[in-house]
Design a protein around this ligand. Structure first.
Ligand SMILES: NC(=O)c1ccc[n+]([C@@H]2O[C@H](COP(=O)([O-])OP(=O)(O)OC[C@H]3O[C@@H](n4cnc5c(N)ncnc54)[C@H](OP(=O)(O)O)[C@@H]3O)[C@@H](O)[C@H]2O)c1
Length: 251
């Protein structure tokens, strides 16, 4: 199947490592051009270098109110078009309802929530028919994850925002999708496992409740993202797609 990604242009935030990077890599492998972001010039430039021809790195913090406009403008200035965005970002800090501070809530809201809203809104203003906005969210959209209270609080709201956007942008032929990773082996998940006294045992316990009995690889996530963002997925919108090895209990 031809995904139809040749020469299309995508902006992928939070893409110097992890899920964003893996998604950008699959997009580039299919012939797309990508702008990848991270918080520093160095991390963004190194990621673009690893991705090779077709990739440009730009430093931008999703919490920065100017980032969305700057990035969408950069895509147009460099390539004369923008076909889609995938919004990933560093995960919110772990903690319980008692331990998470106002400052942690506020800063996670700025980067994870408002940053995504702004990027989606700005991109929506520039995307034409066939454009797509993807959100990297979490399984916490459907089921709270123990020890990730801020994620449990913010992600369902973002899924609601994505769903509204799908309704509002659908008549213009712009699609909106959410991706819900379960446990994909990235730095983020390694850091979460490392909070436990025995990270290897934590990984085994978590794997034991996944029907496929293992963590996913970033490549497995990236391939789903590339398909969902591609013209091959042209009738897919308003959906939250779990990429979790079957761990979600409901349908
Ligand atoms: N991995 C999983 O299984 C999983 C499961 C559920 C949810 N998620 C969520 O999916 C998202 C991505 O996860 P991941 O595993 O790829 O995380 P990761 O391995 O920690 O990578 C995070 C990426 O985001 C960038 N970043 C961090 N803060 C940023 C900011 N404020 N603005 C722009 N870029 C920023 C980092 O680059 P720099 O350091 O260069 O800035 C890095 O490229 C997170 O929100 C995470 O909570 C992941």
């Amino acid at each position: 199947m031809d995904l139809g990604l040749q020469d299309r242009v995508y902006l992928v935030t939070g893409a110097t490592r992890g899920l964003g990077f893996a998604s950008a890599r699959e997009l580039v492998a299919e012939g797309a051009r990508v702008i990848v972001t991270g918080r520093t010039d160095r991390s963004a430039a190194e990621a673009a270098e690893r991705l090779g021809e077709g990739a440009v790195g730009i430093a931008a913090d999703n919490a920065d109110p100017d980032a969305a406009d700057r990035l969408v403008t950069a895509a147009h200035d460099r390539h004369g078009r923008l076909d889609g965005v995938l919004i990933s970002v560093g995960g919110p800090p772990p903690g319980s309802f008692e331990s998470n501070t106002d400052e942690q809530w506020r800063s996670a809201f700025e980067s994870v929530f408002l940053g995504a809203v702004r990027l989606a809104r700005t991109a929506a203003g520039r995307l034409g028919e066939g454009g797509v906005i993807g959100f990297v969210l979490s399984g916490s959209v459907h089921e709270p994850i123990p020890g990730l209270t801020i994620s449990n609080g913010l992600r369902p709201g973002l899924a609601g925002f994505a769903k509204s956007l799908a309704n509002e942008l659908g008549p213009r032929g712009v699609r909106v999708v959410g991706l819900l990773p379960g446990r994909i082996a990235t730095d983020r998940v390694r850091e979460l496992d490392a909070l436990s006294e025995d990270p290897e045992a934590a990984r085994e316990r978590a794997s034991a409740v996944i029907p496929l009995r293992r963590y996913g690889t970033p490549e497995e996530f990236g391939r789903v993202a590339a398909f969902v963002l591609s013209p091959a997925a042209s009738y897919l919108t308003g959906v939250m797609i779990p990429v979790d090895g079957g761990v979600r209990h409901g349908f």
